[in-house]
Design a protein around this ligand. Structure first.
Ligand SMILES: Nc1ncnc2c1ncn2[C@@H]1O[C@H](COP(=O)(O)OP(=O)(O)OP(=O)(O)O)[C@@H](O)[C@H]1O
Length: 232
């Protein structure tokens, strides 16, 4: 269970007010909002990491968390495979290299295991970071714009793959993409300095098909809301 309530402040300026992010176990919660309103900051709060802002309210998170940050944060001197297994190695555990290889292959990166990050494209790097997140097998996962560097086709495939791998986990999905929220989330909230509110999503369980008319209708409605942020 994740529950964050209250107001988020940056010095004397409210970033997001009236937060009520309640994410039930095993569900996906989408966080949307204009650039700079504090979405990544909330993701870091869930992960228990330091933030520049102050939450005037409560933050309760049950379970160990993995954060896939907005930047891939890959180690430049390590191969793709070694980047995927970095968590185990840092903990002094034996890395599961076979599982890492299988994950990279599933993510469309077979044959690139030995490449260093500088020799990968932005979308390939993002998928290495996704593999590094998935291999951790934590009950709570924060995905901060995890598919932003991908083309539309690969993005849809990776969304399906993440939904499959993370079924039953509690996921916070930070995204600017209304279609992504409409496909993957059980609940979604729009946050902002004027207030925060729940966004309408289809009643069916995610992941939802790309061409589901209810998904396309929700995408259009979310898009209309996002381009009018003052209405938050
Ligand atoms: N290290 C820092 N020191 C001071 N202020 C910061 C720092 N990092 C971020 N901020 C500010 O905190 C606010 C929230 O940043 P955050 O990254 O959480 O926004 P966001 O909603 O995720 O934005 P985006 O959609 O652009 O990724 C922003 O206004 C930003 O300028």
């Amino acid at each position: 269970m994740i529950r964050i309530t209250g107001d988020l402040w940056l010095e004397d300026r409210p970033l997001a007010r009236g937060l009520d992010l309640t994410c039930a176990p095993g569900t996906w919660m989408g966080i949307l909002g204009a650039s700079g309103v504090g979405k990544s900051t909330l993701g870091r709060i869930v992960a228990g990491l330091p933030v520049p802002a102050r939450l005037q309210g409560t933050a309760d998170v049950t379970g160990a968390v993995t954060l896939m940050g907005q930047q891939d944060q890959l180690l430049p001197w390590a191969s793709a495979l070694d980047n995927v297994t970095i968590g185990a190695r840092l903990r002094g555990q034996r890395p599961d290299r076979d599982r890492a290889r299988a994950l990279l292959a599933e993510l469309g990166l077979a044959g690139l295991e030995a490449r260093r990050p500088a020799h990968l494209s932005g979308g390939q790097r993002q998928r290495v970071a996704l593999a590094r997140t998935l291999i951790e097998d934590r009950p709570v996962i924060v995905l901060d714009e995890p598919f932003s560097a991908l083309d539309a086709g690969t993005r849809a495939q990776m969304q399906d793959l993440a939904a499959r791998h993370l079924a039953g986990r509690t996921v916070i999905l930070i995204t600017h993409d209304p279609l992504e929220a409409a496909r993957l989330c059980h609940r979604a909230v729009l946050i902002g300095p004027a207030g925060s509110r729940a966004l309408p999503l289809p009643a069916t369980a995610p992941p939802r098909a790309l061409d589901d008319p209810a998904v396309l209708a929700a995408q259009a409605a979310l898009f209309a809301t996002l381009v009018r942020p003052c209405a938050a």
